[in-house]
Design a protein around this ligand. Structure first.
Ligand code: 0PR
Length: 388
C-alpha cells in the first residue's frame, strides 16, 4: 500500500482504468446475466443510504421501516399481507436462510437430526452450498420432459428425514416454473417446509399472470408454501446486493434467530451481521417509482424480445431447447456443438453463457439487451449458420 496519500483525481483515473476492463451492460453484449443496470432512481436512493446499517436496526429505525415496507410491497404480489423476512444480499443468502429455518424447525419439532432436502436437478447451485453448510443430504430429483420437477419422484423421495422440498419459479438455466401446486399438496400431506425459489421469476410471473399469461400458482396462496426467495437485483431493477426472503410468519425467522444482548435489538436472524440499508432504500425507490404497472410493462417488453429472438432463431434453423416461459431462450444449432457455437459467438464479441442441462446457448433477455442488439445477434447467428 502507498505510504503517502494519493490525490482524488489520481485515484479516480486509476479506477477508470480498472472499470474500462469491465464489461458494460449498456453495450448489450452480455447475454447470460440475470443482473442488469439498476434503475437511476434506485442508484440515487442507494447512495443516500450508503452508511445505514441494518445490523443494528435500533440506530436506523427509518431504514428498518423501509425494509419492512419493501417486504410488504413484495408480499402484495405474492399473496401475503404481512410476511416476515429480510432484505438480504441475494438469492444465495435467501435460499440458505429458508433452508436453515426449515432444518431448525424440523430438528426442534420433529427431532430430525440427519435431515434431507429435495430439490429439482434444475435448482441453483446455492442449494449445494446450503446443504453443505447446514449438513443436509441433498436429494436432486429428475426433471420431466418439460424440464420441470418430476413430482412422482418427489413423492418417492420424501421420508422421515425430509426437512424441505424446493420448487423453482423461474429456473436459472431455462426459466421454467415448477408445478408448485403439486409440491404444495405433497408438502402439506407430509408436513414438510416447501420453499419456492423465485429469485428470477418473482418480479415477472405475478405481473404476466395478471395480464393473461398462463402460469401456475406459485406463491403464498398455496397452503404448503412457507418461504419464497425473490431478488430485486434481478428483474426488480435494484442494484446488487438486493435479495429478498419472505416467510409465511415470524416463527420461521425466530427459528434462525440468535440473541445478542449488547445491541439496540436483542435478536438477529440474518446470516450477515452488519448489513447495508442501501439495498432496501434502493428497492423501495424503484418499486414505488415503477409501481405494478411499471413492472408489468417491463416484463411484457422482456417477453416480446424473448419471442422475437426465439422466432428468428427458428427461422434460421436453430433449435430451441423448449418454448420459453419466461425471458430466457436456450438454443443450439443442429450441426454445431454448443461449445463451438459459444466460441464462434465469443469471437464476434458476445458474452455468452451456456446451460448445462441440457447443454445450450442461453440468452437472458434483461433490460440491457435492446431490440437492436438482438438484430445484430441474429445477423451474426445467420452468418455462423451459413459459414458451416
Ligand atoms: N436462485 C436462482 C433461481 C438463481 O437463478 C440464482 C442466481 C440464485 C438463486 C442465486 O442468486 P444470487 O447470485 O443473487 O445469490 N442466478 C444467476 C446465475 O447463477 C446469477 C447470475 C447473475 C450469474 C448475473 C451471472 C451473472 O452475470 O446464473
Amino acid at each position: 500500500m502507498n505510504e503517502k496519500p494519493i490525490f482524488h483525481d489520481e485515484i479516480f483515473s486509476q479506477l477508470d482504468k480498472f472499470q474500462a476492463m469491465d464489461c458494460k451492460y449498456s453495450d448489450g453484449r452480455i447475454l447470460g446475466s440475470m443482473c442488469t443496470e439498476a434503475h437511476p432512481i434506485a442508484k440515487e436512493a442507494f447512495f443516500k443510504f450508503i452508511d445505514s446499517n441494518l445490523g443494528d436496526p435500533g440506530l436506523f429505525k427509518g431504514t428498518k421501516l423501509i425494509e419492512d415496507t419493501v417486504l410488504k410491497m413484495i408480499g402484495s404480489f405474492l399473496s401475503i399481507e404481512n410476511p416476515a423476512g429480510h432484505m438480504v444480499t441475494g438469492g444465495t443468502e435467501a435460499n440458505i436462510m429458508a433452508i436453515r429455518s426449515a432444518r431448525n424447525l424440523a430438528r426442534d419439532n420433529k427431532g430430525i437430526e440427519n435431515g434431507e432436502m429435495i430439490v429439482p436437478k434444475s435448482a441453483h447451485f446455492s442449494f449445494k452450498k446450503a446443504a453443505d453448510m447446514l449438513n443436509l443430504k441433498l436429494i436432486r430429483v429428475d426433471l420431466d420432459e418439460n424440464y420441470l420437477i418430476d413430482t412422482k419422484c418427489v413423492e418417492e423421495c420424501v421420508n422421515d428425514n425430509t426437512v424441505a422440498i424446493v420448487g423453482i419459479a423461474g429456473t436459472t438455466e431455462l426459466g421454467m416454473i415448477d408445478p408448485i401446486e403439486d409440491l404444495s399438496k405433497i408438502a402439506v400431506e407430509n408436513d414438510i417446509h416447501l420453499h419456492v425459489d423465485a429469485a428470477f421469476g418473482g418480479f415477472t410471473i405475478p405481473f404476466l399472470k395478471e395480464r393473461g399469461y398462463d402460469f401456475p400458482d406459485f406463491d403464498f396462496s398455496l397452503e404448503g408454501v412457507r418461504s419464497i426467495t425473490v431478488d430485486p437485483h434481478k428483474m426488480g431493477l435494484s442494484p446488487i446486493p438486493s435479495g429478498g426472503i419472505l416467510f409465511r410468519d415470524q416463527s420461521y425467522l425466530d427459528a434462525i434467530s440468535v440473541d445478542f444482548p449488547y445491541l439496540t435489538v436483542k435478536h438477529q436472524s440474518t446470516i450477515v451481521g452488519t448489513r447495508l440499508g442501501a439495498a432496501s432504500a434502493a428497492t423501495y425507490a424503484v418499486m414505488s417509482y415503477l409501481g405494478k404497472e411499471g413492472y408489468a410493462k417491463n416484463a411484457i417488453e422482456a417477453m416480446e424480445k424473448t419471442h422475437f429472438l426465439a422466432e428468428n432463431l427458428k427461422n434460421l434453423g436453430y433449435e430451441l431447447i423448449i418454448e420459453p416461459k419466461l425471458n430466457i431462450v436456450a438454443f443450439n444449432h443442429p450441426d454445431i456443438e454448443t461449445d463451438d457455437l459459444a466460441n464462434l459467438l465469443e469471437d464476434k464479441n458476445w458474452k455468452v453463457s451456456c446451460s448445462s442441462y441440457p447443454e445450450a446457448i442461453r440468452v437472458i433477455l434483461m433490460n440491457h439487451i435492446k431490440k437492436e442488439h438482438l438484430v445484430e445477434l441474429i445477423n451474426d447467428l445467420e452468418e455462423i449458420s451459413k459459414s458451416i
